[in-house]
Design a protein around this ligand. Structure first.
Ligand code: NAD
Length: 492
């Protein structure tokens, strides 16, 4: 594994992708202060990037504000053309971008390739949504009057993005903001700046004007402070932990910004005894182990009806035994390292807690030999509701399987969580599927499928999983204001 990521990065055609320069007001800033980027699989340094300061952020906000009027006033079709050429450049460079994602984030290369295509899809989607940001005409409640509702760009937007989808979480936010007519400033996670900066190179090549799209990397608190306090920043979009989401919501209160938050998951995955077991196991594998488990949609509480509990655990353990743990750049790898040591430590703490409280732990333990950020795929059976893993998000390849008896009981247990992002239901009963699609308290439900995301769907959560929606026809509204206009005195 040693030097694998460094070798791949050295072989990139696009040397500028690893230059590590921030992108402010149309200029590439190398800076005196640099932060290192490491390969999470080995801990080796693979690049360094400019560390931006709060005053750099002030410059970026001013540049964004200057660019706003001209960008807003372009025809939506012209903004769409630029977004589409950005998407097309991303696809042309998909292999290089995927290597960057795997090198700094750790996910298997095949998944990184998929992320680039998925991420480019949001730019295409919003290119068209910008052209369809229709207003309304309201039947008037006043004589001789005409009532209109218009949608208008809100102003400068900011995005604070996570490390688990370092490309797609940028394009999902930026596509919507830019299509709406808003400039956007992106602060990516310090663990994964390279892919963000490479995407910015392509944004420039696609023709995004100066100041309209900027990327600043550096200390999260130092860089988010100006974004929060500056009245010129009108919208803030964040993806990450609920804990940081709360802080940002509080910080944004002072200037009453429009805030959208995509926060933690803790998804229930319900398997009823009328299902085809193999399909349910395949679904659970997909829902648990994508992105090595570091996914807010990851199945965190797999509830299996008691009659098939033993058979499910056996088949699930057999499927898990096939997973290969390794460096994301090795073609055989299914599970890469955790991007952050803190995530690996949390997984291990949840395993220890479950073991101490009587869970059955099944793991091949092949990961631990590879390095501190690796977590072996681990199945925890006989999990109870009091265990940590049943109460909080894992964000790693640890699968908790809990028995249940009745539909009523499992819905109640599902809904006790303060998280409400996604849920999965496997059942052969149409009536039950319809009932559960109504009764589960969350923003997204997959019925007999673990694969439901993409640009057309409204991605977002209920309760403490977030505010607002990304993607779909709703995503653009996070960056637009409604304006009601009443034309009165129209009688001839
Ligand atoms: P985090 O919330 O700390 O990081 C996400 C983003 O917030 C990064 O850009 C980070 O630099 C920034 N950030 C961190 N602290 C900040 C602060 N005080 N002010 C402003 N910005 C700040 O997440 P984490 O600690 O890296 O991961 C911890 C847990 O968060 C994970 O285990 C997982 O449960 C959750 N998470 C969820 C998602 C998601 O897709 N919803 C993504 C990443 C992490």
């Amino acid at each position: 594994m040693i030097a694998l990521a460094a070798r791949h990065l050295q072989s990139l055609r696009r040397r500028d992708f690893v230059a590590g320069a921030a992108f402010i007001d149309g200029r590439w800033i190398v800076g005196d202060q640099r932060d290192v980027v490491v390969d999470p699989a080995t801990g080796e340094e693979i690049a360094d990037v400019a560390r931006c300061s709060a005053s750099d952020m002030d410059l970026a906000i001013a540049a964004a504000e200057r660019s706003f009027g001209a960008w807003r006033d372009l025809l939506p079709s012209r903004r769409g053309e630029i977004l589409r050429s950005w998407a097309s450049l991303m696809r042309d460079c998909s292999e290089e971008l995927a290597i960057l994602v795997t090198a700094e984030q750790g996910k298997p290369l095949a998944e990184a390739r998929h992320e680039i295509v998925y991420g480019a899809g949001f730019l295409d989607w919003f290119a068209a949504e910008g052209e369809r940001a229709y207003g309304e005409t309201i039947p008037s409640h006043k004589p001789a009057s005409l009532l209109h509702v218009r949608k208008q760009a809100i102003g400068v937007a900011a995005a604070i993005t996570p490390w688990n989808f370092p490309v797609a979480m940028i394009t999902r936010k930026a596509g919507a903001a830019l299509a709406a007519g808003c400039p956007i400033i992106v602060k990516p996670a310090p663990e994964t700046p390279l892919s963000a900066l490479a995407v910015a190179r392509l944004a420039e090549e696609a023709g995004l004007p100066r100041g309209v799209f900027q990327v600043l990397v550096g200390d999260p608190v130092a860089l988010s402070a100006p974004l929060l306090r500056d009245t010129r920043v009108r919208a803030l979009s964040f993806t990450g932990s609920t804990q940081v989401g709360r802080l940002l919501l509080e910080g944004a209160a002072e200037t009453v910004k429009k805030v959208s938050l995509e926060l933690g998951g803790h998804a229930p995955f319900l398997v009823f005894d009328d299902v085809d077991l193999h399909k349910a196991v395949k679904g659970a594998m997909d829902a648990k182990f994508a992105t090595s488990g570091q996914d807010c949609l990851a199945a965190n509480r797999i509830y299996v009806q008691r009659g098939i509990y033993g058979d499910f655990v056996e088949a699930f353990a057999a499927a898990m035994a096939q997973l290969e743990v390794g460096h994301g750049l090795e073609p055989t790898t299914d599970i890469g390292p955790m991007t952050k040591l803190s995530v690996a430590s949390k997984c291990k703490a949840q395993i220890d807690d479950a073991a101490a409280r009587g869970a059955q732990v099944m793991s091949a333990k092949q990961g631990e030999r590879l390095g501190p950020n690796f977590v072996s795929p681990t199945l925890l059976a006989k999990v109870t509701d009091s265990m940590l893993i049943a109460r909080e998000e894992t964000f790693g390849p640890v699968a908790a399987v809990l028995p249940f008896d009745t539909e009523e009981e499992v819905v109640a247990r599902t809904n006790t969580s303060e998280m409400g992002l996604a849920a999965y239901v496997y059942t052969d009963s149409l009536r039950r599927a319809l009932r559960l699609s109504e009764s589960i308290e969350c923003g997204m439900v997959g019925i007999n499928t673990a694969s439901f995301t993409g640009p057309p769907i409204p991605f977002g959560g209920w309760k403490q999983s977030g505010l607002g929606r990304e993607g779909s026809r709703h995503g653009i509204d996070e960056y637009m204001e409604l304006k009601y206009v009443c034309f009165g005195d129209l009688a001839a």
